[in-house]
Design a protein around this ligand. Structure first.
Ligand SMILES: Nc1ncnc2c1ncn2[C@@H]1O[C@H](COP(=O)(O)OP(=O)(O)OP(=O)(O)O)[C@@H](O)[C@H]1O
Ligand SMILES: [Mg+2]
Length: 1063
């Protein structure tokens, strides 16, 4: 099948495996590569691949339109310079295969269409070549695809990086840490079925060869309130459902659990235990397997599951009020399981759940809790147990990921690649303390982003020696300060409210805020708002004008959540736990520590500052994730939602900064390489410095001075339209170049082929000529030798056989014999025979004889009996007449036949008279009377015993052979003959003179029949015959000119016979 390829708008060449099945494969790096710029021509349909090339870069609408065009074509990635913008496709696009990974390995960022792997590879190569730590910051709102992107990046590194010399399992551990962390830290929310409810920063360590050798994870602020409460349509953390759904019967029995999420109050709040997109059972298997990969022993797994189960049991602890309205535990069964699973004393736990221990003036006092307080304490315990277990889990994974080679010298040369997958900006209907923290985190990251982007931009301009033009952008530092500033910041005020003695409530906190920061432009409350805005603000709410938009926070719960208090006796109980994980989570030193623990907000602030420091110390790369719709559906592009995200991700700002100077920049080498065909001086090669080449090129293209700047290593083009014009010119030029290249290539190809064929032909020719020449030479040599031998042999041909003449003699013999074969006589009459050499005379004679015998034998075998008889008769005729009678030679070629009369010519009476005697020969004859020699027509018949003379129907004379004494004929050419009959027989009338036209035939037959061959007389002059008793007649023969038979005067019969020269 012919290879079919298709150019898709991203600029990818894809191979269509089967025309009817739309299975398309991207060609690997060894396939055809089409540069990103080449897809610029498709920009009308699929938009630009780098927002920087947007003509109207200040227009949000143009930005969104570009995103929409690309999204419609399933092109989910677009750059803003080096920043990757990704839109969640909510469908499997099959663009993360091993083949795709290979395609993006080792290629320049702009050579291939935008992709996550392009960022991954660029970062990795920078890490290896520059040996600088790198950080990939992935941001975006919940469900935008941050976690998926992180996983894909990890997968890329795990699959494409070389394996470490030792500890190859670290790659598996890095990958397998994900399902475990997701099981414990992710949950289904309204926005995302697999929403990360914690922030994650993961370091991957690479050795000097670029192999991953270790890792470390930092987690941020797990949303632990989810353990005890979920909004409608949301779930608790996945692990609870996975355990109930997938856990073995035996495990569940041991943990005292039922396989039904509805039985657990902590799992029913959201009323959606089952989610179609989640398969808890198979996920459980993945998690169980992953736990073993990341070094969990069976005991540790049991301990961990005991804690998970104990949280579920805690949720089912019920209280009842006694007479004093104090809470009493009523769920004995749950308490029993809790005691066992957590390894704590039952009484102690029961008391801790229903009392609060206060230490006043060194004295411990137990104060009973009412129903509400007891439920609060129970939930606080559940949250603390779960969140601390999560922190322990992260620690455990870190121990497993820690490079085992930390002591080796190569450790010192490791570089680190950080992946930040942190919760994105969140705006809900009701926003609380968690959203406040999350959004603060995003403010910090945005600030870092602006700072670093501007910085790097500035650095590039400086490095290239181009004047830096300040960019107008919104610096969100003012909002960060509003939140984190000492004394005046919201966190400080919150902490102060939490710590101050007296009746501090969420509302007093709000008042304090109003007092302290009322003049801040980004802060608003009901009280501070103007008439119109006030309507949208509740009395217990404050509003922050974040860089990404306004968010209204409800202060309810702020103090509690910030304090994150766990009653002392609950802590004591947990510190006494025999569950090894719990005892690590609840350290006894915590009890004796008089210092008040840091509030949650402060802890979070500190960890963020730390994170910012970590990120600042690394080379940053950015992936900005966008969620296309809230329905988690593919192909839906909700413009309002996207505009909002574009705004709060600061993408327009990012673009403005990037475009502030120049829309496009490229190294001189790359620019020249791409466009050199547009200028005759630079095409096909430029021998000088690339920068000079570019100068010549752009002069030729007619760039105006304001359109570009020449840096030290790069050209900077200010407007996209300049680039597009160049690109369009290239497209046109390409067509003609393609034709030229094609023609040149075809010419070259066919010439090569022709030359190959020619070379081959010459080779064959010369070989063949050589062969022919050699053959000819050999033949000549042989001929000369033969001639020489023949001559020498000829000279000595008469000498006795000796080496000198042996060849000649043999040759003469052989050639005689060979020639003889061709010159043998053709028939028995052919008497020719080649002359033999002297040595072969005898042999020749023998052969000749042999040959003749053979011919005779063959001839004899071939003749028929009739012919044999004919020949025999002819032979007899020859014996009798040859050389004796003149007309014999004329008879030779005429065949003898058995009768010269037809059966109807012989009278039946004659036949009757002959009786049973057969007629062997019949011939018409003329009889001459004995007296007057009158000729009379008669028939002569031969029977086996007699010659019969017939006249018409009468037998005139019968001459028995016994009475036939002889036959006489003349030697002339006449046809007369005389039958001599015995005289004694009186019946006989005397000799008979007859004439037959076939005299030789008639006489031969008669002689044979009568057996009187020797009695035929051939007379010269005359014949005497007996004419009757006592009367003899004479016939005189004389030669003459014509036949004449007359009675002569002397009474003789005179016969004149013509002379024939045949005798
Ligand atoms: N590149 C992608 N290809 C296909 N589907 C994706 C891709 N990215 C995200 N998704 C889909 O979107 C869902 C949400 O993605 P993800 O969990 O990564 O979001 P998130 O940004 O991490 O959200 P959160 O902040 O809630 O953790 C995924 O479960 C997956 O179904
Ligand atoms: Mg996530």
């Amino acid at each position: 099948m012919a290879l079919q390829v298709e150019l898709i708008p991203t600029g990818e060449i894809i191979r269509v495996v089967h025309p009817h099945r739309p299975c398309k494969l991207a060609l690997g790096s060894d396939g055809v590569r089409v540069t990103m710029e080449s897809a610029l021509t498709a920009r009308d349909r699929v938009g630009v691949q780098d927002f920087v090339l947007l003509e109207n870069f200040t227009s949000e609408a143009a930005f969104i339109e570009n995103l929409r065009r690309r999204f419609r074509e399933n092109l989910i990635y677009t750059y803003i310079g080096p920043v990757l913008v990704s839109v969640n496709p909510y469908r499997d696009l099959q663009i993360y295969s091993r083949q795709h990974m290979e395609r993006y390995r080792g290629v320049s960022f702009y050579e291939v269409p935008p992709h996550l792997f392009a960022v991954a590879d660029t970062v990795y190569r920078a890490l290896r070549t520059e040996r600088r730590d790198q950080a990939v910051m992935i941001s975006g709102e919940s469900g935008a695809g941050k976690t998926e992107a992180t996983k894909k990046l990890l997968q890329f590194y795990a699959e494409t990086c070389p394996a470490p010399e030792r500890g190859g399992a670290v790659r598996d551990r890095l990958l397998q840490s994900n399902p475990v962390l997701e099981a414990f830290g992710n949950a289904k929310t309204l926005r995302n079925d697999n929403s990360s409810r914690f922030g994650k920063y993961m370091d991957v360590q690479f050795d000097f060869k670029g192999a991953p050798v270790g890792g470390h994870i930092l987690s941020y602020l797990l949303e632990k309130s989810r353990v005890v409460h979920q909004n409608h349509g949301e779930r608790n953390f996945h692990i609870f459902y996975q355990l109930l759904e997938g856990g073995e019967e035996e495990t569940l029995r041991r943990l005292g659990l039922e396989r039904n999420p509805q039985s657990y109050l902590y799992l029913v709040k959201g009323q959606c235990a089952k989610v179609s997109s989640i398969n808890d059972k198979s996920d459980w298997k993945v998690v169980r397997k992953a736990l073993t990969v990341i070094d969990f022993t069976e005991d540790e797994v049991e301990d961990l599951l005991s804690i998970v189960a104990s949280v579920l049991h805690l949720g089912n602890i019920h209280f009842a009020a006694n007479e004093e309205s104090n809470a009493q535990v009523t769920s004995e069964n749950q308490l029993k399981y809790l005691t066992r699973l957590l390894g704590v004393e039952g009484l102690m736990l029961r008391e801790a759940l229903t009392h609060r221990k206060i230490i006043a003036k060194g004295e411990e006092l137990l104060s009973p809790l009412n129903l509400e307080q007891a439920a609060y304490a129970r939930d606080a315990l559940a949250k603390a147990v779960y969140s601390r277990t999560f922190t322990w889990l992260v620690g455990k994974i870190n121990r497993s990921l820690a490079s085992k080679d930390a002591e080796s010298p190569s450790w010192r040369s490791t570089t680190v690649l950080g992946l930040l997958d942190i919760y994105g900006f969140e705006v809900f209907q009701h926003n609380s303390f968690e959203q406040f923290c999350i959004n603060y985190c995003n403010e910090k990251l945005q600030q870092l982003f602006i700072e670093l982007t501007l910085k790097s931009e500035q650095e590039e301009y400086e490095a290239e020696g181009i004047a830096w033009e300040p960019v107008q952008y919104f610096n969100n530092k003012i909002i960060c300060d509003l939140v984190e500033e000492k004394f005046k910041g919201i966190i400080s005020i919150l902490d102060e409210e939490c710590l101050r003695p007296g009746e501090a409530t969420d509302l007093t906190f709000l008042e304090k805020l109003e007092d302290t920061i009322k003049h801040h432009p980004h802060f608003l409350t009901h009280k501070l708002a103007d008439q119109r805005t006030r309507k949208s603000l509740g009395r217990g709410e404050f509003r922050l004008l974040h860089y990404a938009g306004e968010v209204t926070y409800n202060v309810t719960g702020f103090l509690d959540k910030n304090n994150d208090l766990l009653f002392r006796n609950l802590k004591e109980t947990m510190c006494s736990s025999e569950n090894p994980i719990m005892s690590q989570c609840f350290d006894r030193s915590e009890l004796s520590d008089k210092k008040r623990p840091e509030t949650v907000a402060t802890q979070f602030k500190m960890s963020l500052l730390q994170l910012v420091e970590i990120l600042k110390s690394k080379e940053p790369a950015y992936i900005r994730c966008i969620k296309p719709n809230d329905a988690k559906q593919p192909s839906r592009f909700d413009e309002v939602l996207i505009r909002h995200q574009v705004k709060y991700l600061g993408l327009m700002e990012n673009l403005r900064v990037r475009r502030a100077g120049f829309a496009y920049r490229r190294k001189y080498e790359a620019f020249l390489q791409r466009y050199k065909s547009l200028c005759p001086e630079t095409w096909p090669t430029w021998a000088g410095r690339p920068q000079d080449g570019v100068t010549v090129l752009i002069r030729h293209l007619g760039y105006k001075p304001e359109e570009y700047k020449m840096g030290r290593t790069k050209i900077f083009i200010r407007f996209p339209k300049t680039l597009f014009a160049t690109e369009d010119a290239l497209e046109v030029r390409r067509q003609s170049l393609a034709t030229k290249i094609q023609a040149a290539w075809k010419g070259f190809h066919w010439r090569q082929k022709f030359l190959r064929v020619k070379r081959s032909a010459i080779c064959i020719q010369s070989w063949w000529r050589g062969t022919l020449g050699r053959r000819k030479a050999a033949k000549r040599k042989w001929a000369a030798e033969t001639i020489r031998r023949l001559i020498r042999g000829f000279i000595l041909r008469h000498a006795p056989r000796c080496p000198e003449n042996a060849f000649f003699l043999d040759h003469v013999r052989t050639s005689f014999l060979l020639n003889l074969r061709r010159q043998l006589p053709r028939n028995i009459l052919d008497t020719s025979w080649p002359t033999p050499p002297p040595a072969l005379h005898e042999a020749s004679e023998l052969l000749r004889e042999l040959c003749m015998k053979n011919m005779v034998w063959k001839y004899c075998r071939s003749i028929s009996p009739e012919w044999k008889q004919q020949l025999q008769q002819k032979a007899v005729a020859s014996e009798i007449f040859k050389g004796k009678k003149d007309n014999y030679p004329q008879s030779v070629p005429r065949l003898f036949i058995s009768t010269r009369l037809g059966t109807d010519e012989i009278s039946p009476k004659v036949l009757q008279a002959l009786g049973s005697e057969p007629i062997q020969y019949a011939v018409p004859v003329v009889k001459y009377d004995r007296k007057g020699y009158k000729p009379r027509s008669r028939q002569l018949l031969l029977t086996p015993s007699a010659v019969v003379i017939v006249e018409d129907a009468k037998v005139k004379q019968r001459i028995n052979y016994a009475n036939l004494t002889g036959i006489s004929v003349s030697s002339l050419s006449d046809n007369l003959f005389v039958l001599h009959v015995q005289r004694e027989d009186n019946k006989q009338k005397g000799d008979v003179v007859l004439q037959s036209d076939h005299v030789i035939e008639t006489l031969t037959k008669t002689a044979l029949s009568a057996d009187c061959v020797n009695n035929i007389n051939i007379n010269q002059g005359s014949i005497t015959f007996a004419g009757g008793p006592g009367r003899d007649g004479v016939i005189d023969f004389t030669p003459g000119s014509e036949l004449l038979i007359t009675k002569a005067k002397n009474g003789h019969l005179a016969v004149v016979a013509p002379r024939l020269n045949s005798r």
